[in-house]
Every structure is written in C-alpha cells, then in structure tokens.
Design a binder for this molecule. Sequence first.
Ligand code: FES
Length: 161
Amino acid sequence: MAPMYTEEVLEHFRNPRNMGEIEEPDGVGDVGNPVCGDLMRITIKVAEQTETITDIKFKTFGCGAAIASSSAVTELVKGKTIREAIEVSNKTVVEMLGGLPPVKMHCSVLAEQGIAAAARDYYERHPEKQVPPEVQEKINKLDKTDPHAAEEVVPSQHHEK
Ligand code: FES
C-alpha cells in the first residue's frame, strides 16, 4: 500500500514549527471544521507600521494533516505582511507538504482560513486601519464557509441495516 502521507507531512507532524500560543497577540484566528470537529487557533504578532507578521504560532486539535498544514502555513507567512500572507492559499500549503491525500485536502483549507481569521481579528482590534481589499475579500469568504452551511451539504454517514 502506498504511504498515505509524504515525508514532508510526516516531518512537519513530528517536528511542528511555531507550535503554541503567543501571549498578548495582535490577532487571534479560531477556525474549525464542523465535519471532523478539528480546531485550529492561530495567534499573530504584527508590526503596526508595516503590518508585517513578526511572529505566529498555532495550536491545533486535529489530525496529522491539520497539524502539518498549520506548521507549514506558519513558516510560509512569517515575515510577510498581512496582505502578502492572505495570498497564501491552501494549495501553497499542500505544495509545501509535497501533496496531501484527497480526503485530507480540507485540513489545509483550515490553515488558510486560520490566517484570514487572525487577520480579521487584527483589523477588528484596529478600526482606525483600512482593511486592504484583498484581505477583505478573504475575510468575506470566511463568513461564507459558515460551519452550519458545511453541515448541510454533508450527507449522513450513518447507515442502518
Ligand atoms: S481530518 Fe479534520 S482537519 Fe484533518
């Protein structure tokens, strides 16, 4: 049987980067997948002038792919501005991990959403700042992937004989 996970995934899973939670963060992103119940919290430190993410940590209660995706996304966005970080898609995360099995793609989406949620929180804490349009667009999408909406499209897995 072919291995389910690539070496990159296993490596990030075994040695997760930037795991934990930043004390007194500038932004917190809490996201979850209603289907599997996995949860991810992204905390960021942001340099006010440049809006650069100077530090980022994750806490993920979830599967190996979600942990590897969180670890990868923190490496991808650290040192980037919020505007640049928001461009990091789940596809980029998957590429960095050398691929994910199709049933695990949604785990990488969680990582992308975690960044958007942290950015949203950052701008909510700074109403005086203008949200860049591309960031706003991502935040709007976040609202559309409402957990309840996702629940509706998932057919029941329960089969009775
Ligand atoms: S199975 Fe839920 S995030 Fe991976």
